[in-house]
Design a protein around this ligand. Structure first.
Ligand code: 5AD
Ligand code: SF4
Length: 440
C-alpha cells in the first residue's frame, strides 16, 4: 500500500490541502502515483459545496469497487468526509478512511492505524484549535504558491455547507505566515496567494494582533515576492484598509474577488449575508476610487428560495452597475444542515437554469466590453505555459486575466515562470490576445 493516488475536487483551499496531505504522506514513506491501478492507497479530497460536486466522488468510488476487493484501500478526505462522516462506510463499504480537513494534523496517526490492519479509521473532530500548516507541503507549481492564513468560517450564510465541513475560524500567527512567505521567496516563488474561506476576517492570534490588511501588505514587502493575491473575501469583513494597502503597494495584485451572491437586498437578507446592496456598493466605490485600476470579480447564486423575477432583475442590474471583469455563477443547490433548506418557495431546476443562462449571457457582453478596453495596452504577464495546439504562450495579468500571446518558439526561450510585457491586440469575453513586446 506504499504507493498512493490522490485526486482533488473543489476550491483552491482543497488544492492546497492536497499539497500538504501529499507532503505528509511522502514524509511517512509513501510514494505518489498518477495511476489508480498502481496505487495501494486511493484518496479523494472532496468538495460538497454543491450536490454535483458531492456526487462525483461517489461515482468514482462506485467505479473502483472491484479494485477494493483486490486489496486496494480507499479514503475520503475533505468536505464530503466531514459532512457524511461514518455514513460513508455504510454507503460505500470499501472505504477505510474518512477524514475532514480540520483533522489533517492527525493524518500520520490515521495512516499508521490503517497500516496496522485497522479496517475503518476516522478523523472527524471539528473542535480543533490547530491549523494544518506543515513544512512538508509538496507544491505543485514552482512559481506560484498558496499560503493558508485562516481556516474555517464563522459566518452562517443560509445556503452554505462550509461552516459544517471546515469548522470554526482558526487564524495562523503572523510570524508563521511571514516565515512561510520568506521561505517561499527564498525558494524562488514570486507569486503568493493567501488563502482562507473568509480571508478578510484574519486576526493574528499572537500579541502582534495584525489584521488582514497589515498581513497582506507585509507579505507584499517580502523581498523577491512580485505578486500577492488573496481569496476569498466576504463583503462584510472587506474593509477600506485592504483597498488602501492595494493602492499603496504595487506588489499586491490589482484584483479583488468580492462575492455578492445576489443584487437584491431582500435575497441577501434571506441568505444571511449581513450586508445589503448599498453596503456592497459602498465597497465597490472604495475599490473604484483607488488610483490603481483594480479588477473586480464575483460569485452569484441564481434561484435562491424566494428569489422573484424582480429580485433577479436586480442582480442583472448590479452586473451593469459594477461591470465585473469576470464572475462565477451557480444554480442554488440545497445542502445538508443549512438553514435555507427550510425556506419556502424553492424554485424549479429549470427556472434556476434559465436565470443562470440569462446571467451568463449578460455578463458575456459586459466582459467583451471590459476586455476590449485593454486593447492597445501593454500588460505584464506571468507566463504559465506554452500551447502547441495554437503555438501561443499563456500567461496571467496582475488583475488575473488570461492573456494568450505570440512570441518566441518554445525551444528558443523558456518564458515559463518569468514576467513579460505583452501588447494586447484583441479581446474576447474570456481572454485577451496579444504579442510579446520585449523592451528594446
Ligand atoms: N448552491 C450554489 N452555490 C453555492 N455556493 C456556496 N454554496 C452554494 C450552494 N448551496 C457558491 C457561492 C460561493 C461559491 C464558492 O459557491 O457563490 O461564493
Ligand atoms: Fe460559506 Fe458564507 Fe462562510 Fe463563505 S462566508 S464559506 S459562503 S458560510
Amino acid at each position: 500500500m506504499k504507493k498512493f493516488y490522490l485526486e482533488t475536487f473543489g476550491c483552491q483551499m482543497n488544492v492546497h490541502d492536497s499539497e500538504k496531505v501529499i507532503g505528509t504522506l511522502v514524509n511517512s514513506g509513501y510514494e505518489q502515483t498518477e495511476s489508480v491501478d498502481e496505487a495501494g492507497l486511493v484518496l479523494y479530497n472532496t468538495c460538497s459545496i454543491r450536490d454535483k460536486a458531492e456526487q462525483r466522488v461517489f461515482n468514482r468510488l462506485a467505479h473502483y469497487k472491484k479494485q477494493a476487493a483486490a486489496g486496494k484501500i480507499f479514503g475520503v478526505l475533505g468536505c464530503v468526509a466531514q459532512q457524511e462522516g461514518e455514513r460513508i462506510f455504510e454507503r460505500v463499504p470499501h472505504v477505510s478512511l474518512v477524514c475532514g480537513s480540520a483533522s489533517y494534523t492527525k493524518l500520520g496517526e490515521l495512516l499508521q492505524q490503517l497500516e496496522s490492519g485497522n479496517r475503518r479509521v476516522t478523523g472527524l473532530s471539528l473542535d480543533t484549535e490547530d491549523t494544518f500548516d506543515t513544512p512538508l507541503t509538496r507544491r505543485d507549481n514552482p512559481h506560484r504558491a498558496y499560503i493558508t492564513v485562516i481556516e474555517g468560517c464563522d459566518k452562517a450564510c443560509s445556503y452554505c455547507v462550509v461552516p459544517f465541513t471546515r469548522g470554526p475560524e482558526r487564524s495562523r500567527t503572523s510570524a508563521s505566515v511571514m516565515e512561510e512567505a520568506r521561505r517561499l521567496a527564498d525558494g524562488g516563488y514570486t507569486e503568493i496567494q493567501l488563502l482562507g474561506q473568509n480571508v478578510n476576517s484574519y486576526r493574528d492570534p499572537s500579541a502582534a494582533g495584525w489584521d488582514f490588511a497589515t498581513l497582506l501588505d507585509a507579505v507584499g514587502n517580502v523581498g523577491g515576492v512580485r505578486r500577492v493575491r488573496f481569496t476569498t473575501s466576504h463583503p462584510r469583513d472587506f474593509l477600506k484598509p485592504i483597498v488602501d494597502a492595494i493602492s499603496a503597494n504595487p506588489r499586491l495584485c490589482n484584483h479583488v474577488h468580492l462575492p455578492v451572491q445576489s443584487g437584491s437586498s431582500k435575497v441577501l437578507a434571506a441568505m444571511q449575508r449581513h450586508y445589503d446592496r448599498d453596503q456592497y456598493m459602498e465597497r465597490i466605490e472604495w475599490i473604484k476610487s483607488s488610483p490603481r485600476s483594480i479588477a473586480i470579480t464575483t460569485d452569484i447564486i441564481t434561484g435562491f428560495p424566494g428569489e422573484t423575477d424582480q429580485d433577479f432583475e436586480q442582480t442583472l442590474d448590479l452586473l451593469d452597475e459594477v461591470q465585473y471583469h469576470s464572475l462565477f455563477c451557480f444554480k442554488y443547490s440545497p445542502r445538508p444542515n443549512t438553514s435555507a433548506l427550510a425556506l419556502p418557495d424553492q424554485l424549479t431546476d429549470d427556472e434556476k437554469g434559465r436565470r443562470l443562462t440569462t446571467l451568463i449571457e449578460r455578463q458575456r457582453a459586459i466582459q467583451l466590453e471590459v476586455n476590449g478596453r485593454f486593447v492597445g495596452d501593454t500588460q505584464e504577464v506571468m507566463v504559465e505555459a506554452y500551447s502547441d495546439s495554437n503555438s501561443l504562450w499563456f500567461g496571467r495579468t496582475g488583475d488575473n486575466k488570461t492573456l494568450n500571446f505570440s512570441g518566441p518558439t518554445r525551444e528558443s526561450n523558456p518564458l515559463v515562470g518569468t514576467y513579460q510585457p505583452v501588447l494586447v491586440t484583441r479581446a474576447s469575453p474570456n481572454a485577451l490576445i496579444g504579442e510579446w513586446a520585449p523592451r528594446a
